[in-house]
Ligand binder design. Structure first.
Ligand code: HEM
Length: 371
């Protein structure tokens, strides 16, 4: 399947979730397009569309209306009014935890809608989006991090490290249409939280407050780790974000999830046999399997000698080679509860990098999802 076809199928399946499917007929019948708020369905559900296209412009918001019956104009007028009212209400709207929970629930639906994509879940790629949006943070300058969601802008969107994350951003763009009041930074990090939790991981305390920034706030290329490098590089990159050795190792366990793609990073394959479930298998496999360099024309990566179906990046393997990293990796291999606890707190911190405390709307982070 070509990449374009893959993306098209991703969009289709993201739209095919029950709630969204239920919402669509209203959109199709009133055929209101390019507006961020759901409009009510016309009262006459059996109206025959004859395909006439009119344009209505109110308050600077333009959208198209298919004429459908004699009272089309009235219906269109009411759709326009309700759209304009919704937009006005949105300006004064102060979302509660229950509102964020609705966004979380929608994201959880999207995660599960990945029928033909990778291993059947969008969770891993959404977690990678949240991490790459946050991991650009530099504690010295206070730049980068999840606050401004600058990966929306070129050239950050096209940085090599972010290859393939357009898939995740496009999925979240659909969610954003339904909940236009949420900032991109909040949406993407909430998606990371949902990904971990919905794939069986620990609860990740999270709170809203990120704001949408501008292209000028984007970070330069090279802030995210390069998988071909060793321990010094990992420390340079993660110490810059404010993390220590234990936290580097705890964060790396995210590679229990997902896989590498040759058309994104150049690497190939999953780290574990259960890439859509959060387990400490990543650490266990690092120590239990014999890892050998893969013989291929791609970038240097390791494969498990036994099945040749799993992979490790040079930066993963270094966790077994560096004395300090090894100590923590062993502890996590032996104790999943310990890793869940440490992973939860370090991911929570990761997602808050670059967000001034005063910006958060609650002092205590929330636990989203079913408690
Ligand atoms: C330690 C340094 C890290 C390096 C060098 C690294 C590198 C990579 C690479 C090369 C890929 C493959 C991308 C692709 O081809 O699709 C990947 C995927 C992934 N990474 Fe990392 N990563 C690191 C840390 C992290 C952290 C801290 C997290 C989250 C907390 C994370 C979460 C993920 C996930 C979930 C995937 C799978 C994405 C998918 O299946 O589409 N990584 N990483």
């Amino acid at each position: 399947m070509s990449f374009a076809a893959l993306r098209a199928s991703i969009r289709r399946s993201a739209l095919a979730t029950p709630t969204r499917a239920a919402a669509r007929p209203a959109l199709r019948q009133s055929a209101v397009r390019r507006f961020t708020t759901e409009t009510p369905a016309p009262k006459k559900s059996n109206a025959v569309l004859y395909g006439g296209l009119g344009a209505a412009v109110i308050g600077g918001v333009a959208f198209y209306v298919y004429a459908s019956s004699s009272d089309t104009a009235k219906e269109a007028g009411s759709a326009v009014r309700s759209g304009a009212q919704a937009a006005k209400a949105a300006v004064n709207f102060v979302p509660t935890k229950a509102d964020y929970q609705k966004v979380y629930d929608k994201i959880a639906e999207v995660i599960d809608s990945a029928e033909n994509y990778d291993d059947g879940s969008y969770g891993p790629v959404l977690l990678r989006l949240a991490w790459h949006a946050s991991g650009t943070y530099d504690k010295e300058t206070g730049t980068g991090g999840s606050n401004y969601a600058t990966m929306r802008f070129h050239p950050e969107s096209a940085h090599g490290a972010n290859a393939g994350l357009n898939v995740a951003r496009d999925l979240m763009e659909n969610v954003k249409k339904e909940f236009p009041w949420i900032s991109y930074g909040d949406l993407w990090t909430l998606a990371g939280v949902a990904a971990v939790q919905e794939m069986g991981g620990p609860k990740i305390p999270w709170r809203p407050g990120r704001i949408d920034g501008f292209a000028t706030q984007a970070t330069p290329d090279g802030r995210l780790p390069d998988a071909t490098q060793g321990a010094d590089h990992l420390r340079n990159i993660f110490y810059r974000m404010g993390f220590n050795d234990q936290e580097i190792v705890a964060l790396s366990g995210a590679h229990a999830l997902g896989r590498c793609h040759t058309d994104r990073s150049g690497f190939e394959g999953p780290w574990t046999f259960s890439p859509t479930t959060v387990t400490n298998d990543y650490y266990k496999l690092l120590f239990d399997e014999k890892w050998v360099w893969k013989k291929w024309s791609g970038p240097k990566q390791l494969e498990d000698k036994k099945t040749k179906s799993l992979m490790m990046l040079p930066t993963d393997y270094v966790l077994t080679q560096d004395k300090s990293f090894k100590k923590y990796a062993k502890a996590y291999a032996e104790n999943q509860d310990l890793w869940f606890k440490d992973f939860s707190s370090v991911v929570s911190r990761l997602f808050e990098l670059g967000v001034p405390t005063a910006q958060f709307t609650t002092s205590e982070p929330w636990i989203m999802g079913s408690e």
